[in-house]
Design a protein around this ligand. Structure first.
Ligand SMILES: [Zn+2]
Length: 333
């Protein structure tokens, strides 16, 4: 392109830009050639643990609302300070639901199942079946569903709206005390928050598959590479799981802590949905101590997406260090 031609082209461009501006000024706005309101990116994340392929698949965000009502025996000013210092909103504690799927090569294991059709926390939950498909994981491929406890956001996705099993080929794993407690109207305290939802969702999902549930015990190796560690308090038999493959370990910590700041800086802070808050705090401190000392990576169900990272001791409590996501390849943990 010679200089004269370049100048002409530039003049033409300027002229057409001016015409465009004039049209914009006349109409008041320009229309894009595609509509707004497109969906967010697919919501799964994949990495290797030894020889096993792990995929974190979301059930959607769970907005808990005002943190002052969910976190107890802590000053409101201290809650506000911790949230402010960590650049988190003061008025709504939003929890993720990070569902872990581990493909060991000869077996596919899914940990916890999300809220299912219950909308106690709004319309943003219950996405698991959609995101599993986005991640290329057919529900029929799941051989085992391992549950940390029988709360609504962990057992709610076992059956679909028609009552049919979402994971038709799966064996289930749960603590027996949790099964008994959450399906029994006589065991759940009358003042438990949203009690009717918890009871109904446990019954709807657990009773139809009761014959296919293996009730696990503390320190039991329920499947090759998966060992139960009892961590009660959040519920009567809440448990976490040490997952191993090819000499690598990952601890799935379920609901050992619901919030990466408010239950770690002061780990004896109580959570409104704990059945025994003091016991829950004991379990939290004991297990986080172990994970911090061994530098074991963890996956936390409710921490910020995708919930994979480490904990270390800090002051009288702990600090969570999220791992960055490797989006160029399926990286190793
Ligand atoms: Zn939960």
């Amino acid at each position: 392109m010679n200089a004269r031609h370049a100048l002409t082209t530039r003049r033409t461009l300027l002229a057409s830009a001016a015409a465009g501006s004039a049209a914009l000024a006349l109409s008041g706005r320009a229309l894009a050639k595609m509509p707004l309101g497109q969906p967010q990116a697919p919501y799964y994340y994949r990495f290797m643990l030894g020889k096993a392929e792990c995929t974190v698949v979301t059930d959607g965000q769970l907005p808990l609302g005002d943190p002052n009502t969910a976190f107890l025996n802590i000053d409101k000013t201290e809650i506000a300070r911790e949230l402010h210092d960590n650049f988190l909103p003061a008025d709504n504690a939003v929890l993720e639901q990070n569902v872990l799927v581990v493909n060991f090569g000869d077996r596919v294991v899914l940990f916890d199942t999300g809220m299912g059709g219950d909308t106690l926390f709004g319309q943003t939950t219950g996405k698991l079946q959609t995101t599993l498909r986005q991640a290329g994981i057919p529900p029929e491929a799941v051989d085992a569903v391992v549950m940390s406890h029988a709360h609504i956001d962990h057992c709610g996705g076992i059956v679909g709206p028609s009552g049919a099993a979402n994971f038709p080929n799966a064996q289930y794993y749960l603590g027996e005390a949790d099964f008994d407690y959450w399906t029994d109207d006589g065991k759940i305290p009358s003042n438990y928050p949203a009690r009717a939802h918890f009871l109904a969702q446990a019954r709807n999902n657990l009773l139809p598959v009761k014959e296919r549930i293996h009730f696990y015990k503390n320190e039991e190796q329920i499947l090759p590479g998966i060992t139960v560690l009892s961590a009660p308090g959040h519920t009567v038999s809440h448990s976490i799981f040490m997952i191993e493959s090819g000499g690598k370990q990952l601890c799935y910590v379920g609901d050992l802590a619901h919030h990466p700041v408010l239950l770690l800086e002061r780990p004896r802070t109580q959570f409104a949905y704990d059945t025994d808050p003091a016991q829950s705090a004991e379990s939290r401190v004991r297990m986080l101590d172990m994970l911090a000392a061994n530098r074991t990576p963890l996956l936390a169900y409710h921490f910020a997406w995708p919930g994979v990272g480490h904990v270390a001791k800090q002051g009288d409590g702990f600090r969570y260090y999220p791992l960055g996501m490797d989006l160029q390849k399926v990286g190793t943990l």
